[in-house]
Design a protein around this ligand. Structure first.
Ligand code: NAD
Length: 394
């Protein structure tokens, strides 16, 4: 049984608590820290947590704390991680790991140097659909991955600090792009070096300094391309979609806005529908078990098993740092309007990968471009001569 301490009694802290308790699991939340006493007390009452405090140091050092879960605003992640290091307590940190790669690398190295367990809580890389899709891709079901696109858009976050550039460290790119980038890395292969990024970002709607909408391309060393589409101005709910294209197939995943549950209501008895749903009348798209659809329970199982076995979880602080480095390049590109290199002072994956040839030979003289059956039943084979380059049809 693990005794957990949650730092932060807000939106994600409560999602984590919902995922950890009430599922007949053996792990318990023993300590909660929040900035305000009323938040900590309410959280403790709602989730039967025996100890609550407004003192972060006390929560981390508490004798009932085995493992700390950081669910705090982005600008407090580093401070909280360093306190865990000082107390030699294992730590799990929500996304994004840092506001920048520099912060994330400091956290990663501090945990590794002190030997404490550290896990990156990237829930969207743990949804049941995602895990199965990654397994299929790894087994070669769609061939070589060429393009991995991930989209997260919604009408904007729920707390003031997200909208403050200094506290959040960025806008939609950092808040939502961190999910998308890590999703693409999982499909393309985490060992493949992200080389450079091109990004468009703008503040189209909200009165804020940060970007509320962005689209980015991440070029990988093996020729694959990652794409992220993020927005805090999207209307109509929370849209989480992934699309992966390979040489032999395709994967489409819709993780939230269409999970197979559709309902119509005139609005009578209006109630909560789903995260950031925006409306409770008309045709609605509720989500059965939101925590499960978003990957939280599976994520904690992986984290706790790794902690107990002394192994690494699927998502580590090092992954969080690579994600931050890609997003730093995206921010730079949005300003310079150029492809910007991804700066990775520490890189543990492969180097020197090239784009493999996937040409199909038709005969000794020709490459096959395409076979087609036309509406009139005709069969066509389009070929390219290997030496002259002439394109012909048989
Ligand atoms: N899918 C996900 O994994 C996911 C989803 C939402 C948020 N998050 C992340 O979780 C972290 C917290 O986000 P949230 O949505 O729970 O925010 P929130 O504002 O709802 O809650 C933050 C909590 O932190 C505590 N806190 C301590 N010091 C604070 C301070 N100085 N200012 C504000 N709060 C302070 C409070 O208890 C507060 O309730 C962020 O890093 C965010 O990116 C992750």
């Amino acid at each position: 049984m693990l005794k957990l301490c949650i730092l932060g009694g807000g939106f994600i802290g409560r999602f984590y608590a919902e995922s950890l308790i009430g599922r007949r699991g053996k792990d318990v939340v023993q300590v909660v820290y929040a900035r305000r006493e009323e938040t900590a007390k309410r959280f403790a009452e709602d989730y039967a947590v025996p100890h609550f405090t407004t003192d972060m140091e006390e929560a981390i050092g508490h004798p009932e704390t085995d493992l700390v879960i950081i669910a705090l605003p982005n600008y407090l992640h580093e401070e909280a991680v360093m306190r865990c290091v000082a107390h030699k307590k294992g730590v799990l940190c929500t996304k994004p790991l840092g506001r920048t790669a520099e912060e994330a690398l400091r956290m990663t190295q501090a945990c590794e140097d002190s030997g404490i367990f550290a896990g990156y809580l990237e829930d969207l890389c743990y949804t049941p659909k995602f895990l199965k899709a990654v397994k299929s891709v790894e087994s070669g079901a769609i061939g070589r991955v060429l393009w991995a696109k991930s989209r997260e858009t919604h009408p904007g976050p729920h707390s003031d600090w997200f909208w403050d550039l200094e506290k959040a460290g960025g806008g939609a790119i950092l808040d939502l792009g961190c999910h998308c980038v890590e999703i693409s890395r999982n499909f393309i292969g985490k060992e493949v070096l992200p080389v450079e990024v091109m990004c468009w970002a703008d503040t189209q709607v909200k009165p804020i300094e940060a970007e509320d909408h962005a689209i980015g391309l991440v070029k990988y060393e093996n020729g694959a391309i990652g794409q992220f589409e993020v927005s805090w101005t999207f209307r109509g709910g929370m849209d989480l979609r992934d699309e992966v294209m390979g040489t032999e197939g395709t994967v489409w995943i819709n993780s939230f806005l269409r999970t197979g549950f559709e309902m119509f209501s005139s609005g009578q008895g209006a109630d909560y529908v789903a995260e950031k749903a925006e409306t409770s009348s008309g045709w609605l798209f509720p989500v059965g078990d939101e925590a499960h659809e978003l990957g939280y329970p599976t994520m904690f199982v992986d984290m706790f098993e790794a902690y107990e076995k002394g192994t690494q979880p699927r998502e580590t602080f090092y992954d969080g740092y690579v994600v931050n480095a890609i997003l730093d390049a995206a921010y730079k590109s949005a300003k310079t309007k150029l492809w910007e290199p991804v700066q990775l002072p520490v890189w543990r994956g492969k180097r020197g990968l090239t784009k493999p040839s996937v040409y199909t030979e038709f005969d000794a003289d020709h490459w096959l471009i395409k076979k087609e059956i036309l509406p009139n039943g005709d069969h066509k084979t389009i070929l390219k001569h290997k030496t002259t380059g002439e394109v012909s049809t048989r």
